[in-house]
Design a binder for this molecule. Structure first.
Ligand code: 3EB
Length: 341
């Protein structure tokens, strides 16, 4: 008896504290009955209303492209606990917290204070609960490229986010991130935070976003190109939204195919850099575990899918979403997660 228990405990120790997977709508319905489920991210604009009172269920408000209606399921190694505080809804186990906040813009003076106070609330909760290390965030805000008082909303958002994050950490600790223009009211910030820190990885082909020059906004965006986190025997690489930016400049304005090719070069270069800094078993794009593609124009879907299928092969699950990119000359952005040993 004792021996069996020891083996089980050891196996549990080796499992990653958190798992990410893409699931179909059918699988998602079943997972809602699983006590290990921390969150179910439904990207679609028209999310089904089933279980809408379930706080694990998150609706992003983008249009999904193509046939599949994949959702992202976030699962805990052991049964998580749930809570909410200062508007932040979360689930956590002993190592990791996954949570989100939805902000109604009518409650704030402007998008700058939405970002500042949204991040303030997140930081307060992760610090209070013992998960002070922000590893990965996803920012979804409507009208991301719209100018308000001669300032693009994305740039004001960056300033608010920076003011909060820099007050608690240095640039070297910024999380991996994505910032996407959604098509429904309300700002949604999803986050992954941990007891232990992750390793920040930058991309030699791209200037660190937190060092972009002022022409891209008064405050540079507060994110790192990727974060690498060991969870027991597993390693996860969380790759930020990656676009056709070389150095700090957008390349191939309004040419979607050329931007896709440049973006793939950026991802390859990030992977190469990651290999020099770790023992990660990620060698090529086809080794990625989960990929999300954001397209500004629905019409680019077939071209991008055809090209990506040939690069990624048949085994990498990809979600295609119609969302705006945070520079108005960029047509697409790709983020990914690698799960391996
Ligand atoms: C870029 O590389 C493209 O502000 O959180 C990608 C990922 C981008 C995250 C963010 C912005 C963000 O600058 C845009």
């Amino acid at each position: 008896m004792h021996e069996v228990k020891h083996i089980e405990e050891a196996a549990l120790d080796e499992m990653a504290a958190i798992q990410f997977k893409y699931v179909s709508a059918g699988q998602a319905e079943l997972m809602l009955h699983d006590e290990h489920l921390m969150a179910l991210i439904d990207y679609k604009k028209q999310a089904s209303s089933v279980c809408s009172e379930d706080t694990r269920r998150i609706t992003v408000g983008l249009e999904s492209l193509g046939q599949n209606d994949l959702m992202m399921a976030v699962c805990s190694r052991d049964i998580p606990s749930f809570g909410s505080d200062s508007g932040v809804v979360y689930s956590c186990n002993s190592d990791v917290m996954f949570g989100y906040i939805v902000l109604n813009e009518n409650d704030y003076a402007d998008i700058h204070s939405v970002a500042k106070q949204g991040y303030d609330a997140i930081i307060r909760v992760i610090e209070n609960k013992g998960f002070p290390n922000l590893i990965r965030v996803w920012n979804f805000l409507p009208d991301i490229n719209q100018d308000i008082d001669h300032m693009e909303r994305y740039r004001s958002f960056c300033t608010g986010r920076y003011e909060t994050l820099i007050s608690i950490q240095g640039e070297k600790d910024f999380p991996a991130a994505s910032a996407i223009g959604s098509h429904k009211p309300g700002v949604l910030i999803l986050f992954l935070a941990a007891k232990e820190a992750s390793l920040q990885i930058e991309n030699p082909r791209q200037k660190s976003a937190f060092k972009y020059p002022k022409q891209y906004g008064p405050t540079s965006p507060s994110f790192s190109r990727a974060t690498l986190k060991r969870w027991g025997q597993e390693q996860h690489l969380y790759i930020s939204g990656t676009a056709s930016i070389v150095g700090y400049e957008s390349k191939h304005p309004h040419d979607s195919l050329a931007q896709l090719q440049e973006t793939l070069k950026n991802l390859e270069s990030l992977i190469e850099n990651c290999k020099t800094k770790s023992d990660i078993q990620l060698h090529q794009l086809a080794d990625l575990s989960l990929v999300t593609v954001y397209l500004r124009h629905e019409a680019d879907y077939s071209m991008v899918k055809q090209h990506l299928d040939s690069v990624l092969g048949q085994h990498v699950p990809v979600i295609y979403l119609n969302g705006d990119i945070c520079r108005d000359d960029l047509e697409l952005e790709i983020e990914a997660i690698y799960i391996g040993s």
